[in-house]
Design a protein around this ligand. Sequence first.
Ligand code: ATP
Ligand code: MG
Length: 381
Amino acid sequence: MSTELDHRLAGLDVYRVGGAVRDALLGWPVTDVDWVVVGATPEAMRQRGFKPVGRDFPVFLHPDSHEEFALARTERKSGHGYTGFEIHASPSVTLEEDLARRDLTINAMAETPSGELVDPFGGRADLEARVLRHVSPAFIEDPLRVLRVARFLARYAGLGFVIAEETLTLMRRLVTSGEIAHLVAERVWTETEKALGEPWPDVYFQTLDDRGALAVLMPELVADTAQLDEALGRLQRLPEDIDSHEAAFWRWARLVEHLVPEQRRHLSERLRLPKAVSRLADQAAHTHRLVHETGMVDGKRVMAWLEGIDAWRRSERVPSLIALVSLDDASLAEDLALAWRLATQILPKSLVDEGYKGRALGEELARRRRAAIDGVMETGR
Ligand code: ATP
Ligand code: MG
């Protein structure tokens, strides 16, 4: 969009802010652009055709580009958690005041439509020095910032970024004060899901663990440190055939696949995970057990695995789960692929044609599937 030619912005004091300014300077792909408007009222924004969307503070969508335009605001803490904020938005709030409420210096830069940088907190220098640094002591007013910093590190770790010492101290304080425990499940999962989509997702969990935050937010994961290290190593090892928009869910599944069912259930409940996420985690856990439990993988265990992953009803996941096996044991994966193919060639319909029905039909179907699987697992192994 050419901002200069946009009649809706004419005469408005607007600035590109936050991630778009940061990522453009870094040479990182800019996905969405956020704007701040200084000196305007909600009424004036509506008159220009902007659509109000903010529930808690005045944010508007541009009617054509759908980019976000927020009125400049300040925030002050007034209680625990997300609701404990007093928002103050008025035409008298300056750009600098708005930038001061932001978390990191690299996120507290603005740019005029003609490309001039406004950088009151040294964000550009920190970008160049590869440092994640808080803007002000008000950093400790929102515990989500601990997760956000960890997430930005998960994104930029490969560029050599580190967290400033003073910021690490504030992050730890948010943990030891107990403030981090006030985060609602949805905010924790939203941030975690984003982190799982970053290039170095293991860095997110490692950073939270180093600060003591993981023990509060996801205690099941830290019960066994050696296991956590192994799980973090698995995050980059995903089946090749999965959709990129599902990668975050798969990474979560790999993170928790070694946990016992009860631990996974507790974690799912604590974070109020979407059903699809917990289900994939369960499927990965069944697969983990098939590969790692000692002893021969025989037909009985393969049948139990197929039941466990709900293969007969949700067959679409099976190829990816077999691909998951192949990362650890290529020959087992080959046998599973063949066993699955043969078992799915046994059609209920042909059993009906042979005269089976009701319970006998179900039993005969299971018997023939098992025989097909046994045939492969006994000769193949
Ligand atoms: P991304 O590329 O992930 O979208 P972003 O920096 O744009 O990164 P957003 O979550 O979109 O991050 O937020 C936009 C801006 O709002 C941030 O750059 C930051 O200045 C500010 N911000 C968002 N959440 C917080 C928070 N919890 N505390 C302080 N500032 C925040
Ligand atoms: Mg953004």
